[in-house]
Ligand binder design. Structure first.
Ligand SMILES: [Zn+2]
Length: 127
């Protein structure tokens, strides 16, 4: 890949010449022949993935707590499922439901990388 040109760090718009992004006002296009720019673009995508991962983790914990409490309200015998104190059964239920939510959410929600072509350019080495 030799024609990587320039890219807008905000929206991912690519152009062959330097200048500003036509969509994002006053956003300067970055030169993709520079290795530090490619590194920056990869880090930006990684940060977006990390941010989603954090929100997914928080959401799963909250969903686990709420759904486990609802389960105990709707079906009280579930809190006596294991030969443990009732409180421990509820906590284990929260952990299990939260883990299940995390598993599902990480498979259903994914961040579409803004610069999917950067890794190919970096892997291809300087051209
Ligand atoms: Zn833009």
């Amino acid at each position: 890949m030799s024609n990587v040109g320039f890219v807008c760090p905000e929206c991912g718009h690519r152009a062959q010449e330097a200048g500003t992004c036509p969509t994002c006002q006053d956003e300067a296009l970055l030169d993709c022949t520079r290795p530090d720019v490619l590194q920056l673009l990869m880090e930006m995508d990684q940060r977006r993935r990390d941010r989603l991962e954090g929100w997914t983790r928080i959401g799963s914990v909250l969903l686990g707590i709420v759904l486990a409490i609802l389960l105990v309200i709707v079906f009280p015998p579930i809190s006596g499922l294991l030969p443990l104190p009732r409180f421990m059964n509820v906590v284990l239920l929260m952990v299990g439901v939260g883990g299940g939510c995390y598993f599902l959410l990480t498979r259903l929600i994914r961040v579409r990388p803004r610069f999917p072509w950067v890794e190919d350019v970096v892997a291809g080495g300087p051209s």
